[in-house]
Design a protein around this ligand. Structure first.
Ligand SMILES: [Zn+2]
Ligand SMILES: [Zn+2]
Length: 134
């Protein structure tokens, strides 16, 4: 079987990861926590089942931060790049990683904007992807 493989890394290159499944969903998250974590208007993530993502180098450089009771974020302790987040509860079998950290090409056919109710007032969404306020 030929599982699709995406590879990514953090800014300093110390942490590398591999994704061995097609990305199930792509979301641009406008919640205040993703905005803070990325220092940007929104965070863009691809979601896969947890068993389809693995750190291949530098796992010991990663640190975790529980940004809420349910969500844990993993980032590189050297350069600060966000590397993934996962949550407890209904979607605990899944994780989401920032598409901006990919080193291999990725052209997702479907994307969506979520948590647009907390969108940065200085940013206008000008594309045609579906939007959800929460
Ligand atoms: Zn790094
Ligand atoms: Zn978010």
């Amino acid at each position: 079987m030929n599982a699709p493989v995406y590879r990514g890394s953090c800014l300093c290159g110390g942490v590398k990861y591999e994704v061995t499944a097609e990305i199930e969903a792509v979301s641009h998250c406008h919640c205040t926590m993703c905005r803070k974590a990325h220092g940007a208007a929104f965070g863009t993530y691809g979601s896969v089942r947890r068993e389809n993502h693995a750190f291949t180098e530098g796992a010991s450089l990663t640190r975790q931060y529980a940004s809420s009771a349910l969500v844990t974020r993993v980032f590189c302790s050297v350069c600060g790049s966000p590397l993934l987040w996962h949550q407890k509860g209904r979607f605990s079998g899944w994780l989401s990683f920032p598409l901006g950290s990919l080193d291999t090409p990725c052209t997702p056919p479907q994307q969506k904007h979520i948590h647009t109710a907390s969108r940065a007032p200085w940013f206008a969404i000008c594309d045609h992807w579906p939007q959800s306020e929460s």
